[in-house]
Design a protein around this ligand. Structure first.
Ligand code: COA
Length: 309
């Protein structure tokens, strides 16, 4: 089977830094409370999905050393598109000068990993170059007067180019896409409204689904938790990551994080954390890397890959 390997990675962050201290000016909260309960110190706010997603995509293409005209498909994961339609991916396609098919997918914060899974299946089916973008601008749907949600979210983008792996054992080993619609009301944003959330219950279910999705992709690839060199989890809350890592019996040091400076950027959070881990030298050729996302829906997705081409 042809496996998809990541050959280019790019990211972009919202324009303006908003620190916990900034939020404490207008909300009944404190830097101490936010850091202790979430791990977040600051987040970035501002920019459209087209702008941030386009920026990340250009960097990913450059790193992969391919021209946009060579792309076979663009998948853009977002739950906060700039317009109802056209899709953000159509606008990014035009911005890049690509001529391939393009569509958006909405699986909330699991969307980037859903995109990687779809890219893998398209590459197995014969495509050669797929661009997966994760971009969200949750700040537009955040009630900045609501301390239970305003502390969590930020804007950002990440993109990867996937191509057939050159070596047989590199690339995507297994993927899982899940949905537990009975929990759909735990985290919602209606048209014209702001994000509403049952934080405690989201926390509880998030840990559970992250663990089960991770165990599933490990079992499908015939690997154990001890084989994993790095975990790139959705960046919602450091305590969620901590609980999931404990239950998976994977040392916390193996978890990549970026939420300290980005907050929860939904579709962008996994590629942003991946970029951070790669630049720190925490992911190397041949490493088994686990991506695991969860979010509104309740959606969940995991992908296991062996790093390198
Ligand atoms: N600053 C200060 N106090 C706050 C606060 C804030 N920003 N937000 C809530 N509080 C208060 C509450 O009112 C409550 O006060 P009370 O005990 O007097 O009633 C107290 O702090 C504890 O609130 P609680 O909601 O129980 O805190 P928590 O430990 O569950 O943390 C979240 C709240 C939102 C940080 C946490 O539940 C969470 O991160 N959940 C997951 C959310 C998420 O990740 N969503 C996106 C998924 S993709």
């Amino acid at each position: 089977m042809t496996r998809a390997a990541i050959t280019g990675l790019g990211t972009a962050r919202g324009h303006k830094v908003v620190t916990n201290h900034d939020l404490a000016q207008t909300l009944d909260t404190s830097d101490e409370w936010i850091v202790e309960r979430t791990g977040i110190h600051e987040r970035r706010v501002g920019g459209s999905c087209l702008e941030l997603g386009g920026q990340a995509a250009k960097i990913a293409l450059k790193q992969a050393e391919i021209d946009a005209t060579e792309l076979d498909l663009i998948i853009c994961s977002t739950c906060t598109p700039d317009q109802v339609f056209p899709a953000v991916s159509n606008r990014i396609q035009n911005e890049l000068g690509a001529s391939c098919g393009a569509f958006d997918l909405n699986a909330a914060c699991s969307g980037f990993t859903y995109g990687v899974s779809l890219a893998q299946s398209q590459i197995t089916a014969g495509m050669e170059r797929v661009l997966v973008i994760g971009v969200d601008t949750l700040s537009r749907f955040t009630d900045w007067d609501d301390r239970s949600t305003a502390i969590l979210f930020g804007d950002g983008a990440g993109a990867v180019v996937l191509e057939p792996a050159i070596r047989d054992d590199r690339g995507v080993l297994s993927t899982y896409m899940g949905s537990e619609g009975r929990f759909a009301d735990l985290l919602i944003c209606d048209f014209g409204d702001y994000i509403k959330m049952d934080g405690k219950e989201v926390f509880r279910q998030a840990v559970r689904v992250m663990v089960s999705a991770s165990q599933r992709v490990l079992a499908d690839a015939g690997l154990e938790a001890s084989d994993v060199a790095a975990v790139i989890p959705h960046q919602a809350n450091f305590r969620i990551i901590e609980s999931a890592m404990k239950r998976l019996d994977i040392p916390l040091e193996k978890a990549a994080t970026v939420l300290e400076t980005t907050g929860n950027t939904s579709s962008a959070s996994i590629p942003l954390a991946m970029d951070e881990a790669v630049s720190k030298g925490a992911i190397n050729d041949g490493d088994v890397v686990l991506l695991v996302g969860f979010g509104a829906g309740m959606s969940v997705a995991a992908a296991l890959l062996r790093w390198g081409q």
